[in-house]
Design a protein around this ligand. Structure first.
Ligand code: B16
Ligand code: MG
Length: 212
């Protein structure tokens, strides 16, 4: 298959912000007296902020109104944004940088397809603000992954058809979204080996054998 475009997930593919999500959610969980650990944090990959909070609240015995939930997720985001200040160009590793440069040289379009409403801020922090041909993120969708909306929008922004794209994802919800959108998908990190993706990658540059 000749791909016209690559759509990259951001968190867990281009850079890693799990530890900042963890620290911010841990503060909220501690405030509410809810148990929270790295294992629960891993379940939050690729899913929206509110859905993440719903997962955390599964062991919460009290009742919480929607407005209160919104206040907590806003607070979590303030903690998270403070931590994101620590991000810099050094958070993009050599393999990621090399892969992006090679794809650019091959004339293939590139987009970001992220559930995050902080995607543009993260891209700015890691020095890739103007690098991609399009950015589709949590600010332009109504349905989060595993719904394909974020990737379909990315393909529309790029002016290519869904089946001409390959998505790179680190989360099961993201792979399901790509498949639901009729796109091939390469899985990396925890998502690799799930059997759901078209290809499994050990490192991002493994992608270059299929994107030619
Ligand atoms: P925010 P991705 C996702 O980004 C994260 O993996 C997920 O953990 C987070 O809950 C979601 O963004 C929403 O993020 O709170 O910043 O809007 O992997 O889709 O790039
Ligand atoms: Mg991700």
């Amino acid at each position: 298959m000749e791909y016209k475009a690559v759509i990259f997930d951001l968190d867990g593919v281009i850079c890693h912000t799990d530890k900042y999500h963890y620290q911010a959610w841990k503060k909220i969980s501690d405030e509410l007296g809810i148990y929270f650990d790295e294992k629960i944090n891993n379940l939050l990959r690729g899913v929206s902020r509110m859905q993440s909070f719903e997962i955390i609240l599964k062991t919460y015995s009290g009742n919480m109104a929607y407005e209160e939930k919104e206040r907590y997720i806003d607070k979590k985001n303030r903690y998270y944004r403070e931590l994101l200040i620590n991000l810099s160009e050094k958070d993009v590793n050599e393999d990621v940088r090399y892969t992006l440069e090679q794809i650019r040289k091959r004339g293939i379009k590139m987009a970001i397809g992220s559930s995050s409403r902080n995607a543009k801020f993260i891209l700015e922090r890691i020095g890739l603000k103007d690098y991609f041909d399009a950015v589709s993120d949590g600010t332009n969708i109504s349905h989060s992954k595993p719904d394909p909306e974020v990737f379909i929008k990315a393909s529309q922004f790029l002016g290519v058809l869904p089946h001409e794209c390959i998505v790179v994802e680190d989360a099961k919800a993201g792979i399901q979204a790509a498949v639901a959108g009729g796109m091939d998908c390469a899985a990396i990190g925890d998502a690799a080996g799930s059997g759901l993706a078209t290809y499994d990658l050990e490192r991002l540059s493994d992608l270059l054998q299929w994107v030619i």
